[in-house]
Design a protein around this ligand. Structure first.
Ligand SMILES: NC(=O)c1ccc[n+]([C@@H]2O[C@H](COP(=O)([O-])OP(=O)(O)OC[C@H]3O[C@@H](n4cnc5c(N)ncnc54)[C@H](OP(=O)(O)O)[C@@H]3O)[C@@H](O)[C@H]2O)c1
Length: 222
């Protein structure tokens, strides 16, 4: 299957790309022009280095693509560099859906967040992004994991390692050992390798129209 990967330079994207390729998929990694000089992914044979707002360029790169995988977003720490929840967590999704519709892709897989629609600007932006994909006319899958934990720094990631507090990890580990595995997997930190595997299963099809929380994503990865 051919996939278009937005967020390829992020913590999740850098794990998703090799996993999808090892499974035999052709992946077009998207790289923002302003990040191109900072990542080896610019030299990837199928790399699409372009602004997502350039719909005709992105749609052309999506030719033959079945699934658009959306792993984009930002943090408050990056607002000073020009990103915002409106532009990264919502605007980028609107751009991708517009290009995906023009290219007649089959589905979009959106990495959202546990608590989307809850209090605060971040969770509001995630809910808005979910509405964008649900109203896109494309098949969709939404992933709502909790926090991420990462075993090691990725060589192609531009945004550092995701780590969850040791104490909180221990609490969820204890809950799991007490038989509350489903609860711990839904609300606890998720290893990024499990998340990438769960997202890949979603991207491959069979779960269109589903909202997958951490427990479902991990079940898919096991
Ligand atoms: N961290 C957590 O615990 C957690 C938990 C649940 C959900 N999430 C969500 O999961 C998603 C991915 O997380 P992550 O940790 O992999 O993120 P990350 O490491 O911060 O990477 C974000 C990715 O989005 C890209 N991006 C940002 N703004 C963009 C724009 N306007 N146009 C195109 N690309 C843009 C970045 O590109 P550049 O490299 O060019 O900046 C990067 O590839 C985020 O949406 C995040 O909110 C995170």
């Amino acid at each position: 299957m051919k996939m278009f990967l937005a967020g390829s330079t992020g913590a999740v994207g850098t794990l998703f790309l090799p996993l999808a390729e090892a499974a035999g998929h052709v992946v077009v990694p998207h790289v923002r022009p302003q990040s191109a000089a900072k990542t080896l992914l610019s030299a990837h044979p199928y790399a699409c280095v372009a602004d997502l707002a350039h719909t005709h360029v992105i749609a052309a790169a999506m030719g033959g693509v079945e699934t658009v995988v959306v792993l984009v977003g930002t943090t408050r720490a990056r607002f000073s560099a020009g990103d915002s929840y409106a532009s990264s967590d919502v605007g980028a999704v609107l751009d991708l859906v517009r290009a995906g519709a023009a290219a007649a892709v089959r589905r979009v897989v959106l990495l959202s967040s546990l608590g989307a629609g809850g209090p605060g600007a971040y969770l509001a932006a995630k809910a808005e992004a979910e509405q964008v994909v649900q109203q896109s006319g494309l098949a969709w899958v939404i992933a709502r994991p909790g926090a991420f934990s990462q075993e090691a720094e990725s060589p192609t990631g531009l945004h550092g390692r995701r780590q969850f507090s040791g104490a909180a990890t221990a609490v969820f580990g204890t809950l799991e050992s007490l038989g509350l595995r489903r609860f711990a997997h839904r609300y606890g930190p998720m290893p990024l390798s499990d998340l990438a595997a769960g997202l890949l299963r979603a991207a491959e099809g069979g779960h269109d129209g589903c909202i997958l929380h951490g427990d479902k994503l991990r079940a898919r990865a096991e």
